[in-house]
Design a protein around this ligand. Structure first.
Ligand code: 3H9
Length: 686
């Protein structure tokens, strides 16, 4: 492998050029190379100073996250930063792109920071449940003032070049030759190190005000509380002591399960973006025009996704009246974004100009991709696919937005099953990030690559899944829904069940969610599939359809979207339980949580066994972006690993025995991993 740091001396100035693809993370080799470059520059009497520059799409993306948890290799980042800070000769960071986390900490230990126009400076550690752990909590406050530095750290978002200079974090933006400009800085007298610029901390009251405003986040996110404590230490402790304090906090956070979960999410998201088993060199097809069939809530939302990404899209309906309603729905959604201030009127106009309405399937003839969002009825879907097969060009991607129907059956209605797949958007489609890309038996690698590539262009997180009822997300959700209903029969109250999940970190529990979505939706699906849910069915039969009828699992007083407990529901549940012959009892919160979550994990294990998902991390990504699973819990499969699979197996087996429900028996894969003392994460290495 090429050396990650190239050292050269030109006209008495040393330049260390970093090259550690893909993002110049501060791996042990990069740290050693940079440390050595500094040593050589310091030792060479003919050298006036050192410029640190980098090649590639980032300056330095930060510490190498994949090294966390491994024994530290010398020089550590802390040693490197201390050496830069204490250098006798001037050191200039020539930052052409993003300098993040440890990357910015390296830059802040230099004498000057010279930026190219595309530079971005940020401390994103909080997003990984961490804080800047190499002096960042001490140097940023000395450069930009403590209050502004705290803001930068807790947001985790980077500043652009001009803003960074205006804030004092960097010295100048250079439009021309960045390296040349950095060399000019070396010729200036060396300023005192940033570590000694205590006067830069600014007003303590302003900092305390900023800290007080963060009280709510600090109570639930330990890294926020630690950021505040470390910046406060900058006022109260000598520099070296404050850095040691920061180090201690960093190491504590590194070991916290919440940070481990967030780091798992970081890698799982990136891994999910790689399609398992795709032949090397597979190229996505260009998609210049799209068509969406149906302009109901889903269809309209999907069409907006294309327009938001700048892709012209035709919305197709069966008649003029339905089309007019659909186009009005789209206009209305954009309009409310403009009213809320989240969309500029010009952007609304540009997006609307990309959406065209048409009646009849023949209007798909010039599309490169068609997404059907018609009624969930197999007969209808097959007719639609057969028609699309006749009118669209060869190679056009034919996608179904079905939530649970068999894509293979739809593909069989065409003469080109290789172009057919599922693109399962989540509601509201223009907001939710998840896109399940469903690979059918004969879907071609090109079609799969095209759908995932388009998913990314639409700002979605695409995850490839296989064909089965409900795919990954809804198949697992069905297990949770089943248990939620069953828990009511056994004596848990709806608010108790909801609280188990909101306490866990979800924004809403299953019953508050059902009331929001409307109870009739599930009821209709159960009717069509011959299933029953005694409590949910009884509520619908009592015309309690949720928020839209102001009563469902809860009661919604006039004008309120927050449900209150309704004694009528308590009585209804009791009646239904008696009719079903289920004895009611007191159920604790811990059991409720386990009954809701562990059967999902079990179903996830079956999904892995069947190859419906390629990796446990893919399942986690589905739940994070499709169902708002709390990121700091890492997703259901990571959560199972974190509590231990032996425990999961024991709990499931006990639930199966107590309820007589054999679907709760631990899946083979789960049992095998637990017996071998392994977790789902170990499957990656298989
Ligand atoms: C830190 O610095 C702690 C210190 O304060 C103290 C330490 C003591 N490490 O996102 P992409 C990989 S904490 C290892 O698709 P983009 C990534 O996994 C760190 N690997 O590209 C992927 O690999 P693969 C603070 C990393 O152009 C590949 O690079 N820094 C790291 O869309 C491409 O990534 C951060 O939190 C890393 N630090 O976005 C920044 N970063 O190809 C985290 C990336 O095998 N990184 N990889 O899947 C990012 O936000 C984005 O990656 C970045 C590029 C914006 C840089």
């Amino acid at each position: 492998m090429a050396e990650p740091v190239r050292y050269e001396v030109v006209d008495g100035i040393a330049v260390a050029t970093l090259s550690n693809p893909p993002v110049n993370a501060l791996s042990a080799a990069l740290r050693a190379g940079l440390f050595e470059a500094l040593r050589r520059a310091e030792a060479d009497p003919s050298v006036a100073g050192l410029v640190i520059a980098a090649e590639g799409r980032t300056f330095i993306a930060g510490a190498d996250i994949s090294e966390f948890g491994k024994p530290p290799a010398s020089p550590t980042l802390a040693e490197l930063v201390a050496a830069l800070d204490g250098a006798a000769k001037p050191v200039v960071a020539a930052i052409h792109a993003a300098a993040l986390g440890g990357g910015l900490e390296v830059a802040m230990a230099c004498s000057w920071r010279v930026l190219g126009p595309k530079a971005k400076l940020g401390l994103p550690e909080v997003k990984l449940g961490l804080l800047p752990g190499s002096g960042g909590t001490q140097r940023a406050p000395r450069l930009m003032g403590a209050a502004a530095a705290l803001k930068l750290m807790v947001s985790g978002d980077p500043m652009d070049a001009d803003a960074a200079v205006a804030a004092g974090l960097a010295d100048t933006v250079v439009l021309g030759d960045l390296l040349q400009a950095a060399r000019e800085f070396v010729k200036q007298p060396k300023p005192k190190p940033v570590s000694a610029r205590d006067e830069g901390l600014g007003d303590r009251d302003a900092f305390e005000k900023e800290a007080a405003a963060l009280a709510k986040r600090a109570a639930t996110e330990p890294q926020i509380a630690d950021c505040i404590a470390c910046v406060r230490a900058a006022f109260e402790k000598p520099f070296a002591e404050a850095v040691a304090f920061e180090r201690e906090a960093f190491l504590r956070l590194l070991d916290d399960p919440r940070s481990k979960a967030l780091r798992h999410v970081f890698f799982a998201e990136r891994e999910a973006a790689r399609i398992a088993g795709l032949p090397k060199g597979t190229q996505p097809r260009p998609v210049a025009r799209a068509a969406v069939l149906g302009s109901g809530t889903m269809g309209a939302g999907i069409a907006m996704c294309f327009a938001n990404a700048g892709i012209p899209v035709r919305v197709i309906e069966t008649d003029d009246a339905a089309l007019a309603r659909g186009m009005e729905r789209i206009r209305g959604t954009y309009e409310s974004s403009v009213k809320r201030g989240s969309l500029a009127p010009e952007a609304r106009d540009a997006r609307l100009a990309l959406i065209e309405g048409a009646v009849g399937l023949d209007a798909t003839a010039d599309a490169d991709m068609v997404v059907e969002a018609v009624f969930e009825e197999m007969g209808l879907k097959k007719q639609v696919f057969a028609h699309l097969d006749r009118v669209t060009r060869p190679g056009t991607i034919l996608a179904s937005n079905t939530s649970y129907l068999d894509i293979d059956e739809m593909a069989a209605a065409t003469s080109r099953p290789q172009d057919v797949l599922g693109m399962h958007f989540f509601s509201p489609a223009n907001v939710m990030k998840l896109l399940e890309v469903v690979r059918a038996k004969e879907t071609s690698p090109e079609a799969l690559a095209t759908a995932t590539e388009i998913g990314r262009k639409l700002a979605k997180v695409p995850v490839v899944v296989g064909v089965c009822h409900g795919f990954v997300g809804n198949r697992m959700l069905a297990r949770r829904t089943q248990q939620a209903e069953r828990l009511l029969l056994e004596g848990a109250a709806p608010e108790q069940v909801d609280r188990a999940l909101t306490d866990f970190g979800f924004r809403m529990g299953p019953f508050a969610m059902a009331d929001l979505a409307g109870l009739d939706i599930g009821w209709r699906i159960r009717r069509a599939t011959g299933k029953r849910a005694p409590v949910a069915d009884a509520l619908v039969e009592a015309e309690r359809l949720g928020q839209k009828t102001r009563k469902g699992y809860y009661l919604y007083p006039e004008g309120s979207r927050t449900g209150v407990v309704d004694p009528e529901v308590t009585a209804l549940i009791r009646r239904v339980a008696a009719a079903e012959g289920v004895e009611q009892r007191e159920i604790g919160q811990e059991e409720i949580l386990d009954r809701l979550v562990l059967p999902m994990v079990n179903e996830g294990a079956r999904i892995l066994e069947e190859g419906i998902a390629a990796r446990p991390g893919d399942i986690d990504v589905v739940w994070l972006h499709g169902y708002n699973w709390p990121a700091w819990r890492g997703g259901p499969m990571h959560y199972a690993d974190s509590i231990g699979l032996l425990h999961v197996v024991a709990r499931l087996a006990a639930f199966a025995e107590a309820t007589g429900d054999n679907t709760l028996l631990p899946a083979d894969l789960l049992g095998r991993l637990a017996a071998e003392g392994r977790g789902f994460a170990s499957l990656k290495a298989d």
